[in-house]
Write a protein that binds this ligand. Structure first.
Ligand SMILES: [Fe+2]
Length: 383
């Protein structure tokens, strides 16, 4: 699958492949489906034990649809090629962006959300964690190891549901508590092995917080567990941690993009309930960005519900929007909404779809039922 883009050496996309047997891997891309005039580069990062190879699709043209594939060659000379994937490189200003996100996905059930997101034309999918619940229901010693976690994550990524999405767009995964091996994981209580286990399979360049510019949107990815203080009533504590928060504020402050999208595994209400001072600090910071002419959208997860709200919640012209989409596909969740609360639906299989359309000045948010494809919640903001 393709991970994040970087622009430090021209436009590049990180790509990750896992082979069933050790092999040398190269990545090819072309703007033509038949790979005429294709570009090829050898993988440069190998994780031997996991048979993972990482490389770059380098010197990509912006605002293009590119085709890419991984080609693996074994020591004995056997060769295999992955299916052809497509990837939309960062679009030009004014072009519509469609992104999908979700979180809290069971392993042992079908995950139609990803297929539906691909069918809706998502350019990329952000998974905000609890990706297959590798920590859950595993009792033996061997199941609390890097290998067993990686096996779970690999099976998720290789499933037909998820790969229908990763064949069409890039994929960025963030870790929530279960991916860190503990319920409510925080900096002082998480399974340390999960950090390198995650990095070995991830296309995030081993970073827990980073930004990607994608057309009119600037995407900010953050971590809600790794640097977090314990979740208790100490209002002076921090969920983001000082370093990550300083980075985030600086990065959002320096962005020239019209739409700032912050991906945060935990809901803002969670920050408000556990880290009140930090919540107030963030909301006042977001207000400042809105006052400066940006639209601010926070995409969150973790809480097994769909929710669309704004911060501050009282009426103001300077509000940041929050869209929480959690529980893409979980055993025991509902498929049909109750419509009991206007802007919230609890315990339902759904994912988030965000359409950013600067040409028409609209930011459209849709929560889409994974089982039915129906729109469960919808809001359109002008931007
Ligand atoms: Fe969860």
């Amino acid at each position: 699958y393709a991970g994040r883009f970087t622009t430090d050496q021209g436009l590049r996309a990180r790509v990750v492949a896992r082979t069933t047997v050790p092999a040398k891997v190269r990545f090819e891309w072309s703007t033509q489906l038949n790979f005429a005039n294709s570009h090829s580069s050898d993988a440069s990062g190998y994780v031997k034990r996991a048979s993972v190879a990482k490389g770059w699709l380098a010197n990509l043209p912006a605002n293009s649809l590119v085709y890419w594939r991984a080609v693996a060659t074994t020591g004995a000379g056997g060769q295999a090629s992955s299916p052809v994937h497509t990837l939309r490189t960062p679009p030009a200003a004014g072009q519509k962006i469609t992104l999908a996100f979700g979180s809290c996905t069971d392993f042992n059930v079908p995950n139609p959300s990803f297929e539906r997101a691909a069918a809706r034309g998502a350019d990329f999918f952000v998974h905000l964690g609890d990706f297959g619940y590798a920590a859950f229901g595993t009792r033996s010693a061997v199941s609390r190891t890097a290998g067993s976690y990686q096996d779970r994550w690999t099976r998720m990524l290789a499933s037909s549901d998820v790969s229908s999405m990763t064949k069409k767009g890039f994929w960025i995964g963030c870790q929530d508590d279960q991916d860190y091996g503990r319920g409510d994981a925080w900096s002082g209580d998480h399974a340390k092995f999960t950090i390198s286990a995650w990095d070995q399979l991830s296309g995030n360049l081993d970073q827990r917080y980073f930004a990607v510019r994608y057309g009119d949107a600037h995407l900010f990815f953050t971590d809600s567990c790794r640097f977090s203080d314990k979740r208790d009533s100490d209002t002076g504590d921090s969920m983001l941690g000082a370093k990550q928060k300083a980075w985030l504020k600086n990065a959002m402050l320096n962005s020239k993009a019209p739409v700032l999208v912050l991906f945060m595994p935990r809901q803002l209400s969670h920050v408000e309930n556990n880290f009140k001072n930090e919540y107030d600090e963030l909301v006042s910071f977001f207000k400042g960005r809105v006052r400066d002419g940006h639209a601010v959208l926070i995409c969150s997860g973790n809480s097994h519900l769909q929710y669309m709200g704004q911060h501050p919640s009282a009426y103001t012209q300077e509000e940041a929007y929050e869209f929480c989409s959690s529980g893409t596909d979980r055993a025991g969740q509902r498929s049909i909404p109750t419509n009991a609360i206007k802007n919230r639906e609890d315990g339902i299989n759904a994912f988030g779809l965000v359409e950013i359309d600067r040409a028409n000045n609209t930011l459209n948010l849709k929560s889409i039922g994974s089982d039915t494809g129906n729109v469960i919640l919808e809001k359109t903001h002008s931007i």
